[in-house]
Design a protein around this ligand. Structure first.
Ligand SMILES: [Zn+2]
Length: 213
């Protein structure tokens, strides 16, 4: 049985048949952490929208989540960051070729090189230099995604935020809050490009924030 099938069997409320196979892609190596997460949030209000691995990170989209669900997802994402997708052993974020990102242990590295600046959480924290130390795993993942999409990530411009520019263009600057909720700020077209690059994950927060601005 695949992990997805096992999750459907053991947590039918979380993973109903309406969540089709494209919406539930669970790497075997993340079995333990996905079971732990599922146990914590089973029976909570809200709804799982999609589960997948992307750019070496766990994506766990959940509609109308409360703080407990948010915390449980955050823990799972943090664990996935350091867990081989294939076997569940301790892993590190690796790059294969110019762009493919994955979390793999030594045995399953298959030639992919560790990205030194994301070797572990402390190194990643230091590399993006958010001075107040509130960088979340989601924030680090967002930075990795933006780098892959060709953006230049600068040092912090404000507490918990990093600046983001297109390489070769210093005029249009946006910022990304890399704290527990990833938010994107800015006024130019870059803002929308970054939202796009992050696949809409930060969009709702930003829409809310724009209303408050
Ligand atoms: Zn492995």
């Amino acid at each position: 049985m695949s992990l997805a099938e096992d999750l459907r069997r053991d947590f039918p409320l979380l993973y109903p048949a309406t969540l089709n196979e494209w919406m539930l892609e669970a790497p075997e190596g993340w079995r333990d952490l996905l079971y732990e997460l599922s146990r914590r949030i089973n029976g909570k209000p809200g709804q799982v929208q999609q589960v997948k691995s992307k750019f070496g990170g766990l994506r766990y989209y959940y509609r109308e989540r409360d703080n407990e669900v948010t915390a449980a997802i955050r823990d799972a994402v943090a664990a996935a960051w350091m867990t081989c997708e294939v076997c569940g052993a301790a892993g590190a974020l690796r790059r294969e070729g110019s762009w493919w990102l994955m979390v793999r242990c030594e045995e399953h590295a298959d030639g992919a090189e560790v990205i030194e600046r994301y070797r572990d959480r402390e190194t990643a924290l230091a590399s993006i230099r958010a001075h107040d130390g509130t960088v979340s795993q989601a924030g680090i993942t967002a930075v990795v995604e933006l780098e892959k999409a060709g953006y230049h990530i600068g040092p912090e411009i404000d507490g918990g935020c990093v600046s983001v520019r297109r390489i070769g263009n210093n005029d249009d600057v946006a910022w990304v809050d890399v704290g527990n909720t990833v938010r994107v700020g800015g006024n130019g077209p870059l803002f929308f490009d970054i939202i796009e690059a992050l696949e809409g994950r930060a969009k709702r927060d930003r829409v809310e924030q724009r209303l408050l601005d």
